[in-house]
Structures are given as structure tokens and as C-alpha cells.
Design a protein around this ligand. Sequence first.
Ligand code: HEM
Length: 408
Amino acid sequence: MHLLRSLLIVLAALMALPQMGAAQAVDPEVQRAEPDAATTTLEDILRRQEGLSSDDTAARRALTGVREPTESASDGPLGTLGGASDADLWRAFRFDEGEITTQARGPASNVIMQGGGQWWLELREGPVLHWGGYLLLGTMGLLALFYLIKGRIRIEGEKTGRRIQRFTGIERFGHWLIAGSFVILALTGLITLMGREFLIPVFGLELFSDIAIGSKWLHNNVSWAFMLGLIMVFVMWVAHNIPDLTDLKWIAKGGGIFTKGHPPAKKFNAGQKMIFWVVVIFGVSVSASGVALLFPFQITLFEPTFAHLNSWGVPSLIGMESFPTDLEPQEEMQFAQLWHAIVAFVMMAVIIAHIYIGTIGMEGAFDAMGQGDVEEQWAREHHSLWAEKKLSEGAGPTRGASGATPAE
Ligand code: HEM
């Protein structure tokens, strides 16, 4: 009987053991103290990461043991809170409160940390990269659809075999300078933005590194050719691109795309004028932001721009209080990069459409830039007012049916 009682006691003790173990295990949910005002909470950290302000008042600092900004985090005396911890130091860097001196004397070298970097990186690697890509693919898709439905825009009338000069040598040089450099800039720019995501998996790290270095070199240096081409194109063609009444009529008729016959146009029709002004305005903007990126921290573009936009009340139009006007040098660069990429994407989309219409989209168009002259019938159909003027001025056809310049 005694033995049986002893056995039962041992058995009961064994059954109770796992429960005792469970009671001793630390359950993080149950055991952790409720965060009080003296604890740096996850919410605080997340808010800081998002660039939002967390409760960093003096009262809170006193509770959390954070030193006042006036107390140097690095060399203050040992107080009741002990020496400056790593957290104190990094917090001082993060909120620009430490007395930071650096040996590097370059611009922006005394900013050790700035929260905008995370926001910028996420925007650059996320929406800018992806929506930019969709914009280009969407444009190509629409053009392919247009080609499938409408086909090539042909010269409708009988070809005359006579040709009219459309662009001089210098005009074509300026065009191909801006065109060639733009294509190189677009490709190398896309490699820089998208290479990590799309090319590293294909080429591997080593090869992509070479591609990226080459791309950057080309992009930085070819930019000057683009700017020169932009100036040339602007000077040579601005007079032909001032909007006038003919353009309204051309637009009202949808450029003749959906109707029979072509609305009258001078040297450039309204569609071409739009391309011209996109190239000029966006070209200047992409160049300005590009030069700011090329010479880091030397050019301040966004602070004054935001200040102007604020004074014109623009932020309220999009439901914002105001644009930031107290930018760290790095933030200037971040805005320059984002703007550069966004403007470049819009330009690329427009230029893809331009290249389409200048090559496979329209019969006889490429000749204008290729050899400098066009079929008289093409000129009469697409630029009737310009063709009449040219012919009446006695410019006459430059070449006969054989393509040879006629004898005087
Ligand atoms: C790379 C391929 C390109 C081709 C095949 C091409 C073709 C052409 C052609 C054929 C014209 C003359 C149109 C006419 O006679 O009415 C033209 C004009 C023009 N091109 Fe290009 N182009 C290219 C790239 C570019 C680029 C990259 C830019 C600027 C960034 C550009 C800017 C212009 C401008 C402003 C005009 C005058 C306005 C207009 O015709 O739209 N082109 N191009």
C-alpha cells in the first residue's frame, strides 16, 4: 500500500512537470512590460524611418534617458545615466544635434545621416523605375496597335519624282547630334536605373559592374553633345514652332489621322510643334538636373524652386501645406535625381512616338532628315502651306525623278 502511494505521488509529479516548464518559459507577449513614456517604442522607430517626427520633447528625453542636445553625447561627464551610449550618439547624428566636426571639408560632409535617403531610395527603386518602365512599354504597345490598325501612313497622291529641300546640312547635323546623344543617354540611363533589377540576374555581378561603369562614363560625357544639339535645334527651329491659327485648325481635324486628307500645315504641324516644345522645355530641365547631379552639392535647384512654388500657392492645389525649403545638400541631390528620371521618362515616351512616325510610321518622312529633301507630293500632303511657299519662292525641286540635281 505504501509502495502504491509512493508510485502515485511520483506519477503525479511527472505529469505536473511539463506544466511547470511552461509556466517558466518567457512568453514575450505576456512578459513584456507595457511600453510607457520612458520606452522608445517600435512606433517611434517606424515613424523616424518614415521621416515623421516622434515625441522627442525634453520631458520625454528626461524619461528615456536621452541627453539634451546641449550636452555633448560624446564627451559629457559620467552622470547618473552613465556615459553616452551608442544609441545616444547615433540619435544625435540622426537628428543633427551632435556637435559634429569632420576632417573632410567638402560640401555636405558634416551630414552623417539624413532620413530622406530611405524615402528617396524606395521611390527610385519602386514607383519611378516601374511606372517609368510601364510608360515606355505602354507607348510602344499603343504604337504597335496603331500600326496594326492603320498601317503605314502612305503618300496618297501620285508621286511627282521631284524633290524639295527640307533641311540643310547644318539642320540635319543638329538633329542627329541631339538624336544620337539622346538615344545613348536613354539607354545608359535605363541601365543605371534598372540594371540592378534586370541585368544583374542576366550578366552576373562582375560583368554588370563593367557595363554599369561604362554606362555611367558614356552618360556623363555624352550629355554635353545632347546640350549642344538642344541649343542648335532650338536656335534653328524656334521661329518655325511659334503656335498660330493653323495649328488650331490642324488640331481640330486631329491632324487628319482619322479623316481623309491632311489639314494644311506650315514647315511644322501642330503635332511636331508639341514635340519641339517638349524637347526644348524638358530638355532644358533634364539638362539642368543632370548638371546638378554631375557636380554634386554645387548647384541648388530645388530649394529656390520650391520657395517660388510655395509663394504661388501651388502646394495647396495638390492638397499639401508647403514644399520643403530647408533641404540638406543630399536632399537636393535626391530631388534632382528623381526629377531627372521622371522628365527623362516622359521625353523617352514622346521620342519613341517621334521615332516611329519618322521611320516606319510614315512613308517619305525619313528622307527629310536622312538626305535632306522630300518628295514634292509628300510635302504637298503633309505641309501644304510650306510646300506652296517653297515652290512659289522659286526654291523649286532640288532633284529630278532620277535623283540627280537638275541642270540650271
Ligand atoms: C533616333 C531616331 C530619330 C529619327 C529617325 C528621327 C527622325 C526625324 C525626322 C524624319 C524628322 C523630320 C520630320 C519632318 O520632316 O517633318 C525629325 C524632326 C525632328 N526631330 Fe527627330 N528623329 C529621331 C530622334 C530624335 C530625337 C532623340 C530628338 C530629340 C531629343 C528629335 C527631335 C526632333 C525635332 C525637335 C524635330 C523637328 C520637329 C518634328 O519634326 O517633330 N529627334 N526627326
